[in-house]
Design a protein around this ligand. Structure first.
Ligand code: HEC
Length: 99
């Protein structure tokens, strides 16, 4: 039993190491935000920038949009299309982008 747990933990390691860089899917996910929030989250004009936002703040805003707790024009719809895992990936990605 213990050995099986260890094997499972070891099997997950490459995935974790990979997530420390940019997993390929996060660039695709983040690409959907670029139209409005700018390339790599650096917005021009009145649109809020995502680059450099604290991950905890980012995740909380996405949850509030999704649950309808933060009023929005479009983000309440957009936020519904992403799972918690995807939102966590996006939060880490945008936090790493220079403002
Ligand atoms: C169609 C344009 C559009 C797209 C596409 C879009 N957003 Fe937004 N986003 C907005 C607008 C407009 C706001 C301000 C809230 C509102 O009115 O919906 C906003 C606000 C936000 C905020 C809050 C920022 C802050 O400073 O509080 C976050 C976080 C966010 N968007 C994340 C995302 C992510 C992640 C994606 C891609 C998955 C995305 N947005 C795609 C238009 C967009």
């Amino acid at each position: 039993m213990k050995r099986r747990l260890l094997a499972a933990a070891l099997a997950a390691l490459p995935a974790l190491a990979h997530a420390a860089q940019d997993p390929p899917q996060v660039r695709t996910l983040a690409g959907s935000c670029a139209n409005c929030h700018g390339t790599a989250g650096r917005a021009v004009g009145a649109m809020p920038s995502l680059a450099g936002l604290a991950p905890a703040y980012f995740v909380e805003q996405m949850r509030q949009f999704r649950d309808g707790r933060r009023p929005a024009t479009v983000m309440h719809q957009i936020a519904k299309g992403y799972s918690d895992d995807e939102i966590a990936l996006l939060a880490e990605f945008f936090a790493r982008q220079p403002k």
